[in-house]
Design a protein around this ligand. Structure first.
Ligand SMILES: [Zn+2]
Length: 384
């Protein structure tokens, strides 16, 4: 039933608990749990699912394997990501990825989960909530040079190093369901803020600003793309009345400090590869472009999971392409963070999309670490 904020929370006598899904039945003959995504209509872009099911509520003894059937999976804009996708399940020692991929047919996504214990908890990706983010941030805030700002809405901004030095600014989770980006941010923070390691090289040349979770309201509500008001943060960067977290970051970017690099981290629901789309902001000098280009090429090399890097096409090129393909989705209204920054500041501005299908949480943390190491190496070369 809808609660006061208009959201449905399903906690029912069936033993099913979720913000993102509703229970729609259990078929004893096939041991199939039928659920549906809630985020629709006004809230748009359903895809994230996360729920808990108490097996003691079954009218039968629990089977060895349960099939989960997501009845309205076809409502997702990212439905091409369902075939073969392997969701996550919680076990006694933590979350693991299912070995077997799901199937997608006639708008229904189904996957099988071997049952262990009396409780089933599954999710599209390993959850990463505000508590984990707070632990990750505070666990790294051991030096005087690390400043953590925490707002009432759970928004956390980590600043480190000498603010007079050019800043690297990284934001994640504009889209709350793209949890993979917070794992990446955690890997980056762990690496740069560690007591020993590459951090000293980085901080000799740069300062750092990281916001691991932008859309805290959407994260609390288990929404996939929007916030509680149905707003897509990453289309509001040009608006005066943008959501508060966006205005906070804009203010920070424009408070007079020098920005060398801006990175907006996302998760891609469909792509089988991770990719970086970058552009240099107006007025970026050649002296700055060279090390930044070297930094980008480091990210494609030396890793088990290839990351494709390309320059963001101009609006005119995207528009022409969309006309040719008649795929209106390519041109969505509203200004994205990376474009906003490139229009405003002379720095490297990039969007990093991690493939949810290919990149596990551990690998996302590793990619965050690698990003941090490449930043430190860029700083080292600037000295030399
Ligand atoms: Zn996104």
């Amino acid at each position: 039933m809808p609660d006061r904020s208009g959201f449905e929370t399903t906690v029912s006598h069936t033993g099913f608990t979720s913000f993102s899904c509703r229970f729609s039945g259990f078929d004893e003959a096939t041991a199939t749990l039928h659920v549906e995504l809630i985020e629709q209509g006004r809230y748009g872009y359903p895809h994230w699912f996360e729920f808990e099911f108490d097996l003691d509520c079954l009218p039968m003894s629990p089977p060895d394997v349960i099939t989960v059937s997501l009845g309205n999976a076809g409502a997702s804009q990212y439905r091409n990501g369902w075939p073969g996708y392997r969701p996550y399940v919680e076990r006694a020692k933590g979350w693991i990825r299912l070995d077997e991929g799901g199937t997608y047919q006639d708008g229904v996504f189904q996957f099988r989960v071997p049952l262990v214990g009396r409780r089933l908890r599954v999710a599209w990706y390993e959850p990463y909530d505000l508590n984990r983010m707070h632990r990750a941030v505070l666990g790294n805030a051991h030096e005087d040079t690390v400043r953590v700002t925490m707002e009432d809405d759970g928004f956390v901004c980590v600043e480190a190093g000498d603010p007079a030095l050019p800043a690297v600014v990284l934001i994640a989770r504009q889209h709350p369901g793209e949890v993979i980006s917070s794992f990446f941010a955690e890997g980056l923070l762990d690496t740069l803020l560690a007591r020993e390691g590459v951090g000293s090289e980085f901080f000799a040349q740069h300062s750092l600003v990281v916001i691991p979770i932008m859309n805290t309201g959407g994260v609390r509500r288990q929404l996939h793309r929007m916030d509680e008001a149905g707003i897509d943060y990453n289309r509001t960067w040009g608006e005066r009345s943008a959501p508060t977290p966006v205005t906070r970051v804009r203010k920070l970017l424009e408070d007079g400090r020098s920005i060398r690099l801006f990175a907006d981290i996302h998760g891609d629901e469909v792509s089988q590869v991770s990719y970086i789309s970058y552009q240099f902001g107006r007025g970026t000098g050649d002296r700055d472009r060279e090390p930044l280009t070297g930094f980008l090429s480091q990210l494609t090399d030396n890793c088990g999971h290839p990351v494709h890097v390309w320059e963001t096409p101009s609006f005119a090129r995207r528009f022409a392409r969309a006309l040719v393909r008649q795929r209106r989705l390519l041109i969505r209204p509203g200004l994205m963070a990376d474009r906003y920054v490139a229009r405003t500041l002379p720095c490297l501005s990039l969007t990093y999309e991690l493939s949810a299908a290919e990149v596990t949480p551990d690998e996302a943390i590793r990619q965050g670490r690698r990003f941090a190491t490449a930043l430190a190496e860029m700083a080292l070369h600037r000295v030399g």
